[in-house]
Ligand binder design. Structure first.
Ligand SMILES: [Mg+2]
Length: 164
């Protein structure tokens, strides 16, 4: 069952170093984006300029949707509004239900959809369970830079080896 926790692309890069054009060339037409850790650090409300610019480029190439497990509608709606992207808060990843609902709204075949997130046990597992492409990215710190040592991810990698 190791495939459940395995990202199709374990990038080790911050999201803004992922080439939108390269994803588009590979047939991706829709991106489901995790929010906390992926677009900005969970302890700040400031979206890094690099992320804003990446989103701007990506809007020309993909349908975008934010899917966050964060229960705060205030936070996720504020980020969605700033970026001009539809959003879902309290998405309960890795439970499939809500992510599947959004996949259905996107109206694309699964092979043309990718989820991008910073966690294996939520973003990657839900993506694999929903049979879409999965891209693991580096978590962002408050300054918008990739964190050097991500203990959550280290733990998730160890648990993946032990449990799956
Ligand atoms: Mg996250």
């Amino acid at each position: 069952m190791s495939s459940l926790t395995k990202a199709d692309w374990d990038s080790k890069l911050p999201i803004y170093k992922i080439s939108p054009q390269k994803l588009h060339n590979q047939g991706i037409r829709c991106l489901l984006l995790d929010v906390d850790g992926t677009l900005l650090n969970r302890n700040t409300n400031k979206i890094p300029d690099e992320v804003k610019s990446w989103i701007k480029t990506s809007k020309n190439l993909f349908k975008l949707y934010l899917i966050s497990n964060n229960p705060s509608e205030k936070r996720i709606s504020s980020i969605g509004d700033q970026l001009g992207i539809s959003y879902k808060f309290k998405a309960l990843k890795p439970s499939k239900k809500i992510t599947l609902e959004i996949i259905n709204i996107m109206n694309e075949t699964n092979k043309n959809i990718a989820i991008i997130g910073d966690r294996i046990f939520t973003d990657i597992i839900v993506g694999n369970r929903c049979k879409i492409n999965t891209i693991l990215v580096a978590r962002l710190n408050r300054e918008g830079l990739p964190v050097k040592i991500n203990l959550t991810l280290i733990l998730e990698r160890i648990l993946s080896l032990l449990l799956f």
